[in-house]
Design a protein around this ligand. Structure first.
Ligand code: GDP
Ligand code: MG
Length: 162
């Protein structure tokens, strides 16, 4: 079985952008407004001789109702299905209350979780990371999904045990 990587986080942090980069498709709709991905979306990616499955999710905002509740449910299912969780936050927006709510869930979930700070293009990495240590999920990892910054290095490390 290929390792399964789930991309979770608030809407608009760049999950679909990373999904597209990892799977080399433009399958996942990327938009300037949150909530476009309503179901889980599966793709596969390859790095060296390793093939992996990626799951894109709609996002968790922390105060879901209606359709948003269904999206959050999809995210929880994706976490259950995954071997590795990439918890994505937005380095430009900074730490948001919903990030904290998601982190609280992930900390009790026991899945191997990586804290990934996206949109660090044009930001000073050290400064951009500072807020996110407070989530208690270890070393925040800076990437820029739309530019590819640090993405291959991250995936290489994430797949190391597999
Ligand atoms: P999702 O809702 O988490 O799937 O987020 P999307 O992938 O749809 O991206 C939301 C917005 O953030 C889009 O306008 C993307 O172009 C933008 N975005 C994604 N990754 C980056 C990045 O690395 N840097 C910058 N500057 N913008 C990004
Ligand atoms: Mg999306």
């Amino acid at each position: 079985m290929n390792p399964v990587i789930a991309l979770v986080g608030r809407p608009n942090v760049g999950k679909s952008t990373l999904f597209n980069r990892l799977t080399r498709t433009r399958d996942a709709l990327v938009a300037d407004f949150p909530g476009l991905t309503r179901d889980r979306k599966y793709g596969s990616g390859q790095l060296g001789d390793k093939t992996y499955t990626v799951i894109d999710t709609g996002g968790i905002s922390g105060d879901e109702q209606g359709i948003d509740a269904a999206m959050a449910e999809q995210s929880l299912t994706a976490i259950d299905e995954a071997d590795i969780v990439l918890f994505m936050v937005d380095g430009r927006a900074g730490l948001m209350p919903a990030d904290q709510a998601i982190a609280n869930h992930l900390r009790v979930n026991q899945k191997k979780t990586w804290l990934v700070v996206n949109k660090t293009d044009g930001l000073e990495e050290h400064t951009a990371m500072a807020d996110f240590w407070a989530l208690g999920l270890g070393d925040p990892r800076p990437i820029a999904a739309s530019h590819g910054r640090n993405v291959t290095t991250l995936i290489d490390e994430v797949l190391e045990p597999f």
